[in-house]
Design a protein around this ligand. Sequence first.
Ligand SMILES: *[C@@H]1O[C@H](CO)[C@@H](O)[C@H](O)[C@H]1NC(C)=O
Ligand SMILES: *[C@@H]1O[C@H](CO)[C@@H](O)[C@H](O)[C@H]1NC(C)=O
Ligand SMILES: *[C@@H]1O[C@H](CO)[C@@H](O)[C@H](O)[C@H]1NC(C)=O
Length: 380
Amino acid sequence: MFMILMLCLVIFIIWRRYKSNPLSYFPSKDKSPNVEDGSLFFGVSFFSYTELEDATRNFDPSQELGNGGFGVVYFGKLQDGREVAVKRLHEHNYKRVQHFMNEVQILTRLHHPNLVVLYGCTSRQSNELLLVYEYISNGTVADHLHGKSANPGLLTWPLRLNIAIETARALVYLHASEIIHRDVNTSNILLDQNFIAKVADFGISRLIPNDVTHVSTAPQGTPGYVDPQYHHRYQLTDKSDVYSFGVVLIELISSMRPVDLNRSEDEICLANLALNRIQKGAVDQLIDPVLGSDSDAEIMRMVTSVAELAFRCLQFYSEMRPTMNEVLEVLEDIVADGRMPPPSETSDKTILLKEFLPSTVSITGECHSDSTGSTTLSVR
Ligand SMILES: *[C@@H]1O[C@H](CO)[C@@H](O)[C@H](O)[C@H]1NC(C)=O
Ligand SMILES: *[C@@H]1O[C@H](CO)[C@@H](O)[C@H](O)[C@H]1NC(C)=O
Ligand SMILES: *[C@@H]1O[C@H](CO)[C@@H](O)[C@H](O)[C@H]1NC(C)=O
């Protein structure tokens, strides 16, 4: 009798601990078979649909954080107090449930200080598939640079350079894990309260069936960021991420939108605008005046070096673009150079830039002229 009582007590304690924090109770490499219903499967934590419904106040529009990239994202608060971002994928826009779970399992294993944590998804019994992410509080880089409540002055040059480096680190990590992000853009780079960059939405296209990503209406990258070679090969590679990252660099320098129909025809795409200006040696026309490069030679040096790096990332031919590893190294050197005595004569960076000018460069970039992706605008 006493034994039975003790057993009940132990089970009760385990249940209590488990309920208060399912994530920390089971070790993440738990190889136990599927613990059905509201629990953990090979390290993926499952949330019940009702739990997420409650957390997001029934998916109230006022809880909406963003819309795009295969679904709508809602702010939510779980019963254990954790703040989360819940992504509700557009209906039928995902692979078979089992496949989906397998992919989520891969993605939840990725851990890097500059990647948003993916906690898990709804269980297979749920009537909808939802993804549950850590909530990052200070909005997207796009919001800060050119969104509705933009305040570009808040993001000083050192902060922007830091965002570039941290984003590059996350992408290096993803590529080393053989994951292509496929949708690098400034709406997918989030900032926490200390302005640490957190890359979101990585690997989303792994959850989507191939036949959906190949039809023209499905989002596959964002207009203005898409590798121009994608239109020829219909395949995104790690060098496509490098191209998109080049556009992000130009946004950080200029605070301009990646696509802006208000600009002259051949400059609707920020990538083309940047290539034009840099080739003309007019980097200064790209720079957002709030960065203070006019009055500070050191900032001018760094911004110019970053523009040159972006120029290499934006090459039409993917083989001519650097790898993310190289990109990260260059960015770190740009910061480190400022702490060392200036080099005696011409830096090899200027020679590098000349190598790309102008015969080897093709700026026949294509750019979708609207966000539906229905019309393609060929520049030149
Ligand atoms: C980034 O991509 C998402 C879709 O994946 C899109 O909704 C959003 O508008 C893009 N952001 C920018 C700044 O283009
Ligand atoms: C982001 O952080 C800054 C500084 O901590 C703060 O002033 C600003 O209001 C925050 N913005 C948002 C959208 O949370
Ligand atoms: C385009 O430019 C006009 C006038 O310069 C301005 O009123 C309008 O808000 C701009 N539109 C966008 C989408 O930026």
